[in-house]
Design a protein around this ligand. Structure first.
Ligand code: SAJ
Length: 415
């Protein structure tokens, strides 16, 4: 039974804002905290600063009822949910500086007995680190239940929602809740049960941290297998898409799809947290990352081969998003490929079609031989077409528009 009434959600991004909205819609008093003033102001007007289906209605409703407000200062609360980014450093260890900044906001507000939940995807040990850091900032508080001093209850509750389906999956997905103590895990479970209709599984904090990383590493390893098959098949003159389709008829085989590489802010990042925690042991997981990260280079080589001998190669690059039917360009292999093509083939003219964006991202905007255009315009002049994202609108392209052109279909949609 949840006894928490006031929740502060630190970080109002892709995960924090939906979580804040859904808690507010379920009767809690929620204060969201963010460092971006424009976002705080937008949320207080009931607006959402990014695209996520159904989130706008929930935020507008919660704000108009006074259940959700946003601020730049961390308030006092019964529970704190930290949902800030955890990027990686140049050496691929996790950068915990945003978590530590959140802790510096929370620490002065603590009186003892609060629940602090880390939601950000984190390396094993990060929840313990956050707890230790809070105690370091507030030595008058203790994590030790036996000491007689006030306790902060520390838990990790990783999110596992799929962008584009966040408002559904937040409610329906099962959740893993790991506590530094059993009591912390139970308190966190009770809080999440306010809105979560899936099963909530209790464990310790490090196992919960690792579970999230393992889910994404599992997918990364399986995509690496598909990507390696595509390179092998190309060498052997085999159609990899047909090969996978046929192999998948086996009742215990389910090979994923090859592509131009793995993008997004989760699968391309999280496995490195496992590798940096156990560098000598995580051999397969590291190799999968390297295999997937090498795929853009392989695509570039193919384009270069088709462009050989053409004084001014005209290249149409279709898609920039990290996967189909979204506008998210983070860690997208398509962006890397276009950027590297521009420098490898300085004489080329590269027309990029990405119907989900209105301007080129900063990584491409300054490149003199790259322009954003419509799909039709990109195809019209091109002598090489490289398909990078399997957006639905590219599947239905009139095939006569592709005739006579050099084609590289990295997603197998035009077979
Ligand atoms: N991809 C392939 N071939 C495939 C499947 C995916 O090349 O067969 C590529 C995509 O094109 C994309 C990348 O992998 O570039 C990642 O896409 P995705 O759809 O596999 O995953 P994300 O990053 O959108 O979301 C993942 C999900 N994790 C799992 O499915 C295990 C999601 O449930 C997590 O919540 C999310 O990461 C996260 O936040 O960690």
């Amino acid at each position: 039974m949840n006894e928490i009434k006031n929740v502060a959600v630190i970080g109002l991004g892709y995960i924090g804002l939906p979580t804040a909205a859904v808690l507010a819609a379920n009767g809690l008093n929620v204060i969201g905290v963010d460092v971006k003033q424009a976002n705080v102001e937008a949320i207080n007007r009931g607006e959402v600063p990014f695209v996520e289906p159904d989130l706008g209605v929930q935020v507008a409703g919660a704000v108009s009822q006074g259940a959700l407000t946003a601020t730049m200062e961390t308030p006092s609360a019964d529970a704190y949910i930290v949902a800030v980014p955890t990027p990686f450093n140049a050496d691929r260890t996790a950068d915990l500086s945003y978590i530590e900044a959140a802790a510096r906001g929370i620490a002065p507000q603590l009186t003892g007995g609060e629940l602090v939940i880390l939601e950000s995807t984190s390396p094993p040990g990060a929840t313990r680190h956050l707890g230790d850091y809070l105690v370091q900032l507030r030595p008058d508080l203790s994590l030790d239940a036996d000491s007689g001093l006030p306790v902060i209850h520390m838990a990790h509750c990783p999110e596992r929602v799929l962008p584009g389906r966040v408002m559904i999956e937040l409610v329906t997905n099962d959740r893993i809740v790991g506590g530094l103590t059993r009591e912390a895990a139970e308190r966190a479970r009770d809080l999440y049960s306010v809105f979560c209709k899936g099963n909530i599984h209790i464990t310790d904090a490090a196992t919960a941290e690792m579970a999230k990383l393992v889910e994404n590493a599992y997918r990364d390893v399986n995509i690496a297998f598909a990507n390696e098959l595509s390179v092998i098949s190309d060498k052997l003159g085999i159609d990899v898409w047909e090969l996978i389709e046929l192999a998948n008829h086996h009742p215990r085989v389910n090979i994923l799809q090859p592509g131009p590489g793995v993008g997004g802010h989760c699968i391309a990042v999280d496995p490195w947290f496992i590798v940096s925690s156990a560098p000598d042991e995580a051999k397969l997981i590291r190799q999968a990352r390297e295999t997937n990260d090498a795929k853009p280079e392989w695509v570039l080589d193919r384009v270069e081969q088709l462009a050989a001998g053409k004084p001014i190669p005209k290249i149409a690059a279709l898609g920039l998003a990290f996967k189909a039917n979204i506008d998210d360009l983070r860690e997208s292999p398509a962006v890397t490929i276009v950027s590297d093509l521009s420098s490898r083939l300085p004489a080329a003219v590269i027309a990029v079609a990405e119907p989900h964006v209105t301007a080129l991202p900063s990584a491409l905007a300054h490149l003199g031989n790259v322009e954003l255009t419509s799909t039709e315009a990109a195809l019209e002049d091109a002598d090489i077409v490289v398909l990078l994202v399997d957006h639905d609108m590219f599947r239905t392209i009139d095939r006569s528009l592709l005739e006579g052109k050099g084609l590289i279909d990295t997603r197998g949609i035009w077979r």
